[in-house]
Design a protein around this ligand. Structure first.
Ligand code: SF4
Length: 399
């Protein structure tokens, strides 16, 4: 249950519908990008940078304007079922600024009473006041970026916090009443051993978060980490080799499943009932609308991407960088390679049977795919080589 309060939405036509229990309309996920961080992490190539409080406030004003422009059309067709503040570090915003954005959304759009509302947070940026303000504004899920329980690894990654600071923030979140917490972790770090990774998993599961995301580090070109890593240097030990990386993935599954977490997507685990509904909408291709710098949207058969110039955005220019109209073939391909990321896989339609029948038989024979009635899903072996398997679902011809 959230502590969302009734908003005074008198000036906004969508507002009266907000908080109503029985709303009709197609479900819509809302993504709100906050491109600010206390400091840039060494491995990060996301759209984020440090900024002054003044810039953050101006950015929030632009976000509200962008939402107002879009809401008129959106509310005719959709009801908001999830909201996700991502970044960057959304928790770096002063609490009144984040609450203000959410209040505006509630006034503009019908939002389900049980909507999942997530804020991505970085340890070291949370305070009791902030957490209470989040609760009061309806936030009911926090996604905390820990990455590692080893302070040496955190330092290597250029993170702003220690494990102890994370644990303090985590406890504070519990004390403030948050009952749905995700912890982000990262494996395959330079110099990391299997034992070190397992230690991180043990330490984190002792805290019993409802959800854990566990990805491998990808060293992106153009990041300071890439440059330093290329040159070598103090602390930049070798990356775990491919076999160790795979074993770490297996360790993750083993340890997390033994502690009550179900893997529901290649890199995501949750206690029963706590799968991230917002992220599921990406893999299931239900509609979502992104607001803010570089934010992506999927509405019907169109994918949109916002521009990524902060000065343009602050000046109120919300034009898209790209609009892609997906063909039926592209939609089907996406359904397959996004849907197969989920452990429950994809239910085959007649058309999928026709187009992919032979491929499915071949992949089942190879042991990378399994079929149960009309449902197909990746096997453990298939997950190990998922990029290769998923790419096989690209079609040669239009349909
Ligand atoms: S906190 Fe996240 S978004 Fe910000 S710099 Fe670090 S990795 Fe990038």
């Amino acid at each position: 249950m959230t502590e969302r309060e009734e908003q005074d939405c008198a000036d906004f036509p969508g507002g009266k519908a907000a908080n109503a229990a029985s709303l009709s309309g197609k479900p819509l996920g809302i993504y709100i990008h906050i491109p600010f961080c206390a400091r840039k992490c060494a491995y990060c190539d996301f759209l984020s940078a440090p900024a002054t409080e003044e810039t953050m406030r101006l950015y929030a004003d632009s976000l509200k304007r962008e939402m107002r422009e879009a809401a008129e059309i959106l509310r005719q067709e959709y009801v908001v079922s999830t909201v996700f503040f991502g970044g960057g570090t959304p928790s770096i915003l002063p609490e009144s600024v984040l609450s203000g954005i959410l209040e505006e959304l509630f006034c503009l759009m019908p939002v389900k009473t049980d909507a999942e509302i997530t804020v991505e947070c970085n340890p070291g940026t949370l305070t009791e006041t902030k957490l209470k303000a989040y609760r009061a504004s309806g936030v009911n899920r926090l996604s905390i970026g820990l990455q590692s329980a080893d302070n040496r690894e955190l330092q290597l990654l250029g993170r702003i916090h220690t494990f102890e600071e994370f644990a303090e923030n985590y406890e504070l979140a519990r004390e403030t009443g948050f009952q749905n917490l995700n912890v982000d972790l990262m494996s395959a770090l330079p110099g990391q051993t299997r034992e070190g990774w397992m230690e991180t998993l043990y330490k984190v599961t002792e805290l019993e978060p409802e959800h854990i995301s566990a990805y491998s580090l990808i060293i992106e070109e153009g990041t300071p980490f890439y440059e330093k890593y290329k040159e070598g240097g103090p602390g930049y030990a070798a990356l775990p080799d491919e076999d160790t990386d795979r074993l770490m993935y297996e360790d993750t599954k083993k340890i997390l499943e033994a502690r009550g977490y179900q893997r529901y997507e290649i890199s995501n685990y949750a206690r029963p009932g706590f799968a991230c509904r917002h992220n599921l909408s990406y893999w299931e291709r239900t509609a979502y609308k992104g607001f803010g710098l570089g934010a992506a949207s999927l509405l019907g058969n169109r994918r949109y991407r916002n521009g990524d110039s902060l000065s343009e955005y602050l000046a109120g220019n919300f034009s898209y960088d790209s609009v892609t109209v997906l063909s039926r073939k592209e939609e089907l391909e996406e359904t397959m390679f996004l849907g197969l990321r989920k452990m429950e896989g994809v239910s085959l339609t007649e058309q999928m049977e026709q187009l992919y029948g032979e491929l499915i038989v071949k992949l089942c024979r190879q042991g990378v795919l399994e079929r149960q009635n009309s449902r197909i899903f990746l096997t453990d072996r298939g997950i190990d080589v998922s990029n290769r398997v998923l790419s096989e679902f690209l079609l040669d011809e239009e349909i």
